[in-house]
Design a protein around this ligand. Structure first.
Ligand code: NAI
Ligand code: MG
Length: 350
């Protein structure tokens, strides 16, 4: 099987880490046909748009999309987010944002005494509605009675499908789902979310459930990660929890993410959790592991289980070996050196 895969390297370190991920994938799965799109903040400054108007249409004929990161100083973040990321997620029905969080072998965590066996969480983030909505606005601007409204949108269909997706994943893993709520503060949307969760949970009597306020759940990830398996949360809660969880496992350079269309009627899109890291862009020192693991998730989604597993094992073995690591992991290696080591190991494993 050959695949047509689109890449959008984007800005900053997104460009460097995507090159490494492509290299690793080529080593385990020959014959992938890559097409690169140079949509970025640089392009925005040149043309006034993050991507052409028919961008989604151009991408729709690919099997999957590998995205670096978009966003760079000089272009406001809402432009890069709403000009590219959010429209693509919505155009392609990628209503799941899947964020695995693992303590990889050989990496030092804030939870130093925990081992890889204690921390293996899958965050299922709602990716198409919730708190990220365009409904709202500033009223009476510039006047003393000025105020701003930002509405949240929780649809029945949207809540049901993401909760059900989380329960399906739990059946493949540890048979536990924890729902992030905040029904004490958000007294309309969150009790509704909770009621959907309870209704869907009744369909899965074999899966153990918990509902925790998102603040307590944040503490639980740090204090008792071993009690957690699948976490399901709204768009905002899932976003915040996954940066926290990534930091706990040793840094943003290690955390992958998939924007998944479970219906498979449009391409899914894979990216690292991190952004374009302007503070280290152009230095050749970004950790490529997050983007390489995003590549592994992409191959797994396409059904290439063996190639995906080879990448995953290669990452674990190279990290456990401890000799080649980028500065964020306490080493002095470059992006390319770590990428090459993983590529070589993955090619041997496949
Ligand atoms: P960031 O994730 O780019 O960086 C946060 C910190 O983590 C920085 O100190 C950075 O050096 C470090 N870091 C991130 N990735 C790393 C890696 N692979 N290796 C080593 N260190 C790494 O988040 P920040 O600074 O909030 O955002 C920078 C830009 O990226 C903004 O324009 C933002 O909008 C954009 N962004 C884009 C995302 C996307 O395209 N999906 C996601 C998050 C942010
Ligand atoms: Mg985020």
């Amino acid at each position: 099987m050959t695949y047509r895969i689109a890449t959008i390297p984007g800005d900053g370190i997104g460009v460097d880490v995507t090159a490494e991920a492509v290299k690793v994938i080529d080593a385990v799965l020959p014959g992938v046909s890559w097409t690169e799109f140079d949509w970025s903040c640089e392009q925005y400054l040149r043309t006034g748009a993050m991507m052409p108007e028919d961008g989604p249409q151009l991408l729709s004929r690919f099997d999957a999309i590998l995205l670096g990161a978009v966003g760079f100083p000089g272009v406001p973040d809402h432009i890069s987010l709403w000009g590219l990321l959010i429209p693509l997620r919505r155009a392609f029905g990628q209503y799941v944002n899947l964020r695995p969080v693992r303590l990889l072998p050989g990496t030092e965590s804030a939870l130093r005494d925990r081992t890889a066996a204690d921390l293996d969480i899958l965050i299922v983030r709602e990716n198409s509605e919730g708190e990220y909505s365009e409904i709202g606005g500033i009223h009476n601007p510039g006047r003393p009675e000025e105020f701003v409204l930002q509405e949240s949108v929780f649809t029945r269909a949207g809540c049901e499908r993401i909760v059900r997706y989380a329960f399906e994943r739990a059946r493949e893993r540890g048979r536990k789902v924890c729902s992030a709520t905040k029904s004490n503060g958000l007294i309309h949307s969150m009790p509704y979310w909770d009621s959907v969760f309870e209704r869907i949970a009744a369909e899965y009597p074999d899966v153990r459930t918990r509902q925790m306020h998102v603040d307590a759940l944040a503490a639980e990830i740090v204090l008792h990660p071993d009690r957690l398996d699948v976490i399901v949360g709204s768009n905002l809660f899932g976003d915040i929890l996954s940066d926290l969880a990534a930091a706990v496992t040793g840094g943003l350079g290690l955390a992958p993410s998939g924007n998944i269309n479970p219906n498979r009627d449009a391409p899914s899109m894979f990216e690292a959790v991190h952004g374009s890291a302007p503070d280290i862009a152009g230095q050749g020192v970004a950790n490529p592991v997050a983007q390489i693991l995003a590549g592994s998730m992409m191959l797994d989604h396409l059904g290439e289980r063996a190639a995906a597993a080879a990448i995953d094992r290669a990452v674990c073995e190279v990290l456990a070996d401890n000799s080649i690591r980028t500065p964020d992991l306490g080493g002095t290696s470059t992006t390319t050196e770590l990428g090459n080591a993983i590529t070589k190991r993955a090619a041997d494993l496949v």
